[in-house]
Design a binder for this molecule. Structure first.
Ligand code: IPE
Ligand code: IPE
Ligand code: MG
Length: 233
């Protein structure tokens, strides 16, 4: 890859298309999630080697609890497995893992494995993975507002900067938002943080999203003209 390319500081990915990937192969949706989660580790590793500092991953929305119990249970088991099995990967690569989302109604085993991994990696400095689990963008804004009010913050002190600090994680805005599978929507992902992100929608299901697809995303990102409301000089 051309070393003059601009690398986005914060990349966010909506991990989508696991179910359709499986269906195309005559497999159950659950197998699609297994394949998606296998790929998650590989592609995350690659993205950090490219110089990205923060990677937000949308792995389960607040709305995903509407799915069949069997699928939800399988995903919860996969989260526990990933948080336990991949802990050495995060430690070895000096990656700090943080989480965004609500506790309720996550099973206790997921909350425990999640908190253990966050604690284990909290002093790592090589990059941040922000796992958006039981996450909703509107829920996040509502929860931030509640915290601001319960902390007794005066109206005069409320501005956009303060609001950002009250989000689940105090992270810089997203630079590049990628959604796999061909769907062209946000589905309630990082509504506040994606305000000026560049969007890219590759036409592959997440289990097939590989290094070359990420390279393509960076290439496209470099062609974008980010103006933030200003005028191009
Ligand atoms: C995304 O894949 C994974 C999660 C929501 C956890 P989907 O399960 O949404 O796959 P499709 O969109 O049905 O293909
Ligand atoms: C968004 O994908 C949530 C995650 C990928 C975790 P969905 O597959 O749930 O979104 P919709 O229902 O197609 O909008
Ligand atoms: Mg989907």
């Amino acid at each position: 890859m051309d070393s003059n390319l601009k690398i986005p500081n914060h990349v966010a990915i909506i991990v989508d298309g696991n179910g359709r990937w499986a269906k195309e192969r005559g497999l159950s949706r659950l197998k699609g999630h297994d394949a998606g989660f296998e790929n998650l580790k590989e592609i995350s590793k690659y993205i950090f080697t490219k110089g990205v500092k923060i990677l937000s991953l949308y792995v389960f929305s607040t709305e995903n609890f509407k799915r069949d119990k069997k699928e939800v249970d399988h995903l919860m088991d996969l989260f526990v497995l990933m948080f336990k099995r991949d802990k050495d990967f995060f430690v070895k690569n000096n990656i700090k893992v943080v989480f965004s989302g609500r506790d309720e109604p996550l099973p206790k085993k997921v909350i425990d494995a999640r908190d253990k991994l966050a604690l284990l990696t909290k002093n790592n400095t090589g990059g941040i993975v922000n796992i958006c689990l039981n996450y909703g963008g509107r829920a996040e804004i509502v929860d931030a507002t509640k915290k601001i009010i319960s902390n007794g913050i005066s109206i005069d002190d409320i501005d956009e900067e303060l609001f950002s600090k009250y989000m689940y994680q105090d992270l810089p805005d997203v630079d590049l938002m990628i959604r796999t599978s061909g769907e062209l929507r946000l589905s309630n992902f990082l509504l506040w943080e994606n305000s000026y992100a560049e969007f890219y929608f590759p036409n592959v299901y997440f289990p097939d999203f590989k290094a070359k697809d990420f390279d393509e995303a960076i290439f496209i990102y470099n062609k974008r003209d980010r103006r933030f409301g200003g005028i191009k000089k």
